[in-house]
Write a protein that binds this ligand. Structure first.
Ligand code: NAP
Ligand code: GCO
Length: 266
């Protein structure tokens, strides 16, 4: 009996996967037998750094491209290029994302818009460009990287929460609109993961103490720790594989239990 969790023979495009969560999802896909990993970054220098990371990890079945996911024309051109140079896109992971931690009343509109453009508009742009070929084949997997902020708010992350909340509903709508083509669109909602994006929240203070937010998040996580980006790999393989063909429109929270927990008493 075939292994339902296998990704053998599949091509996966993981946006913004030079490092961090996307890179670790790519490594997990390689472990599941993926045929080709496709990733992109916003400029040549960043792309080269990403390719070096894959080489260091011993991953050779990888193609990297320069593409800003907010640039619709560039995304459409890249999809055509991928179809010519690699083949069909079986799995799309909308991973690229940014955050700006600014009190909302101090945030400039352009700053708010930039977060919305990368974290919400870009997953729409990339998914819309990839869907027609999946529709023709009547098969495809789309995974949107959501967030705790798809469910919860906190100070200074208004744009990010609005985007990630919208991304949850975009996930459900793609499920609704394209499920009939045998396309499954699900989300992964990571908890607090130790990557460059959250490094400012874990910085050691001038007096040598831990960052207050570091202590706060560990008290909000049942395991009492930040999660490692490699811990998102298994859930991503599940949602990218035939093992999840009956799962659609679901946001799989990989948060160590944060959403279930009132928090450790100080
Ligand atoms: P990260 O370390 O900041 O990496 C983000 C990646 O996205 C980088 O490779 C970045 O490329 C790329 N990117 C940003 N804007 C782009 C654009 N316009 N076009 C193409 N690529 C772009 O973030 P991460 O922690 O790995 O997070 C990855 C995803 O998970 C994001 O969507 C984030 O919101 C989400 N998430 C993170 C956490 C967490 O705790 N870390 C938790 C929940 C959800 P450059 O190198 O060029 O900047
Ligand atoms: C923050 C963090 C979070 C994480 C993640 C949580 O400032 O609160 O950056 O937003 O990135 O989204 O799931």
């Amino acid at each position: 009996m075939a292994n339902p969790f296998s990704l053998e023979g599949k091509n996966a495009w993981i946006t913004g996967a030079s490092y961090g969560i996307g890179f670790n999802i790519a490594k997990a896909f390689v472990g599941a037998g993926i045929k080709t990993i496709i990733f992109n970054d916003i400029n040549e220098a960043a792309l080269e750094r990403g390719l070096a990371n894959y080489k260091e990890a011993g991953i050779e079945n990888v193609k990297g491209y320069v593409c800003d996911v907010t640039d619709e024309n560039a995304v459409k051109a890249l999809v055509e290029k991928i179809h010519k140079e690699v083949g069909q896109i079986d799995i799309l992971v909308n991973n690229a994302g940014i955050i700006k931690r600014i009190p909302m009343h101090e945030m400039k509109r352009q700053e708010f818009q930039q977060v919305i453009d990368v974290d919400l508009v870009a997953p729409y742009i990339v998914s819309a460009a990839v869907l027609p070929e999946m529709m023709e084949r009547r098969e495809g997997k789309i995974i949107n990287i959501c967030s705790m902020m798809s469910e919860l708010g906190r100070e200074t992350v208004s744009a990010y929460a609005a985007a990630k909340g919208g991304l949850k509903m975009l996930t459900r709508n793609i499920c609704s609109e394209y499920g009939g083509y045998n396309i499954q669109c699900n989300g992964i909602g990571p908890g607090y993961i130790a990557t460059p994006q959250t490094a400012p929240l874990r910085e050691i203070q001038p007096d040598g103490s831990r960052h207050p937010f570091d202590k706060f998040i560990c008290a909000k996580t049942p395991a009492g720790r930040w999660l490692d980006p490699s811990e998102l790999g298994g859930p991503a393989v599940f949602l990218a594989s035939h093992a999840s063909d009956a799962v659609n429109g679901h946001i799989l929270y990989v948060d160590g239990g944060i959403l279930a927990y009132i928090g450790k008493q100080p």
